[in-house]
Design a protein around this ligand. Structure first.
Ligand SMILES: NC(=O)c1ccc[n+]([C@@H]2O[C@H](COP(=O)([O-])OP(=O)(O)OC[C@H]3O[C@@H](n4cnc5c(N)ncnc54)[C@H](OP(=O)(O)O)[C@@H]3O)[C@@H](O)[C@H]2O)c1
Length: 322
């Protein structure tokens, strides 16, 4: 699968990157979502992603108050990578903060990730004490000061995306991306205007939770008892329950059927479909808590689905959506 340009920025990335929320070490507001991984494990996960051809990583300040950023940086260092050989996307947390916090905290982000530079700096979600325009101006200042290469947003609506794009365009900076939930079980981008606006403005959509937090791998269908092993927060947010398994079983069976023709897995077909269905507009950042999952994620770029396969998965996905 060819590399893609991140929005209209100069940055090129593989169609699949690695999400590293899983590296939070159980800390912070959202860190308790995943079981804690030690440094040996995060290094093994990062190695598997790199070995498989993944060339970029998504992290955030909010993932364990910088733990994910630090673990990622440590893993890349231990693996002998040099700055500039991989792309790094991180995020500023806007809740209860003003845009003035953006220049005040950038040094912390750069320090957590050091020596890896920030290629993409994203506003994590739309709830800030400052307007979109003020936040974009602060982000634009960082680009102009050479502290980050490109600017993105996350969880922005189509209307907010247009606003953010217009504010940065006044500075001659393209808004590179909007990171939102997209999977075969959540295709709201097709109905809420985001896909149309992103295509029109040349903004990349970065799909988070692309495996519906593991549901699309089929592992809970194969072993429903495994539901009990995931955190309550994750069961609730991902609707990982017997009703979901029943509703989505035909989709997972279709994924497995298509996968068999490619010597692939259900997860790989789910990811491949996501980064193929809408052309270059959507890239995906599956998370992994063990090396085999990162290997599988990278392997999703290794085959092409036929028109008929894209369509059959499309139909099964429509039937499985809540
Ligand atoms: N911007 C935002 O607001 C936002 C929100 C959510 C996520 N994100 C980003 O998106 C990334 C991915 O989203 P996500 O972690 O929510 O969901 P996801 O990628 O859909 O699911 C990841 C989880 O699925 C399981 N999994 C992965 N590969 C598997 C495989 N091959 N077979 C079986 N199970 C597999 C693992 O669960 P186990 O750990 O239980 O093995 C893994 O932790 C995050 O790491 C983060 O970087 C951003």
């Amino acid at each position: 699968m060819d590399k893609r340009r991140l929005g209209k920025s100069e940055i090129e990335i593989t169609a699949i990157g690695l999400g590293t929320w899983q590296f939070s070490k159980g800390k912070g507001l959202v860190g308790g979502f995943w079981k804690s991984l030690d440094e040996d494990m995060t290094r093994a996960v990062v190695k598997a992603a790199l070995d498989g051809g993944i060339d970029w990583f998504d992290t955030a300040e909010a993932y364990g108050r910088g733990n994910s950023e630090r673990s990622l940086a440590a893993a890349l260092g231990a693996l002998g990578m040099s700055p500039g050989t991989v792309r790094i996307a991180t995020k500023w947390w806007p809740l209860a903060r003003t845009a003035g916090n953006i220049p005040r905290t950038i040094a912390q982000r750069l320090e957590s990730l050091a020596p890896w530079p920030i290629d993409l700096y994203q506003i994590h979600q739309p709830f800030s004490l400052s307007s979109v325009e003020r936040q974009m101006n602060a982000m634009g200042d960082l680009v102009q000061a050479g502290k980050v290469r490109a600017v993105g947003v996350s969880n922005f609506t189509a209307a907010n995306l247009e606003k953010a794009h217009a504010a940065l365009a006044k500075r001659g900076i393209p808004l590179a991306s909007n990171q939102v939930r997209i999977s075969l079980l959540d295709r709201s981008i097709e109905a809420n205007g985001l896909l149309e606006v992103a295509k029109r403005l040349g903004v990349t959509l970065i799909a988070y939770s692309p495996l519906a937090q593991g549901v699309l791998s089929g592992r809970f269908h194969d072993d429903p008892g495994a539901i009990a092993s995931v955190t309550r927060m994750r069961r609730m947010s991902g609707s990982i329950n017997p009703g979901t398994l029943e509703r989505t079983r035909p989709l997972v069976e279709e994924l497995k059927r298509v996968a068999a023709a490619h010597g692939a897995t259900a997860s790989q077909v789910a990811l491949n479909w996501l980064v193929s269905r809408w052309g270059d507009t959507v890239v995906a950042i599956p998370g992994a808590s063990r090396p085999s999952q990162a290997t599988e994620a990278a392997g999703a770029m290794g085959f092409a689905l036929s028109r008929a396969e894209l369509d059959s998965v499309d139909m099964a996905s429509r039937a499985a959506m809540p």
